[in-house]
Design a binder for this molecule. Structure first.
Ligand code: SAM
Length: 241
């Protein structure tokens, strides 16, 4: 699939994240006006299922480990956390943060593709993926794979950037996203294609209704989705049957 100048091929996506890793955290906070921090907090808070906290968490496409770190903050170092990502420079940036934070040694990092996870089946009670699934062309295969690695009754939480439905928020969002954000991204990361790919990949992401259906088809039950910040992001939760 082609998006603007950037193809959604795993090797192209990987090189793109390799190249923007040093400025990734700064640009995330800046371009989202720190909404990304709030969205991840919501994601992690949603993992306490029926009042019980998660005990084993796999954070797929963990990038610089913000979800993994937030999980330890909310649930304590007793939680076993694994972060997996195919970009070494993103993992390295995450490793630097982990090595300086208290209690964060409970986080284990693995370089792996989301479609080829090097873990036993049914190993985790919780899997998260934040801002990662839209980069994976074969979403049904990824969802099937996550289900295989979840215990029965386990929780999958997907946080993704989405497009506000209509009206003024959509117009303002599109103007910012397509015209202003690529320029700011280019200034700080020197990678224009990456910050042109970002809006294109979000606009290509299925509607929340369609993505929730995909989760159901992959075998998740009780699928819910919650728009965050006028639908700029959406949090999807499903439970393995
Ligand atoms: C937008 S970043 C999100 C990082 C992190 N989850 C966060 O909340 O900031 C997307 C991440 O997905 C990773 N990624 C994309 N496709 C992947 C794949 N097929 N397998 C593993 N990681 C992938 C990239 O390397 C990148 O670190």
């Amino acid at each position: 699939m082609s998006m603007g100048n950037m193809e959604q091929k795993p090797s192209t996506i990987k090189s793109m994240f390799d190249s923007i890793a040093p400025s990734y955290d700064f640009l995330n906070r800046f371009l989202s006006l720190r909404r990304d921090v709030y969205w991840r907090k919501k994601l992690v808070a949603s993992l306490a299922h029926n009042g019980s906290p998660p005990s084993s968490l796999l954070d797929v496409a963990c990038g610089t480990c913000d979800v993994s770190i937030e999980a330890i903050r909310q649930y304590g170092p007793g939680l076993q956390v694994w972060g997996a990502d195919f970009s070494w420079p993103m993992l390295k940036a995450g490793k630097n943060k982990i090595s300086t934070g208290p209690g964060l040694s409970a986080i284990n990092l693995v370089a792996a593709d989301a479609l080829l996870l090097p873990f036993h089946e049914e190993m985790f009670d919780t899997i998260t993926i934040a801002f990662g699934i839209r980069n994976i062309a074969d979403k049904p295969a990824a969802l099937e794979n996550f289900k295989r690695h979840l215990k029965s009754g386990g929780i999958l939480a997907v946080l993704e950037l989405t497009t506000p439905k209509k009206g003024l928020p959509k117009k303002i969002y599109l103007a910012y996203f397509k015209r202003i954000l690529p320029v700011i991204g280019w200034i700080f990361s020197k990678n224009l294609a990456a910050y042109q790919y970002l809006p294109d990949s979000v606009l290509e992401f299925p509607t929340p209704e369609k993505f929730a259906e995909m989760m159901e088809h992959a075998g998740f039950a009780r699928v819910t989705w919650e728009p965050l910040t006028l639908g700029i992001a959406t949090l999807f939760i499903g439970q393995k049957k």
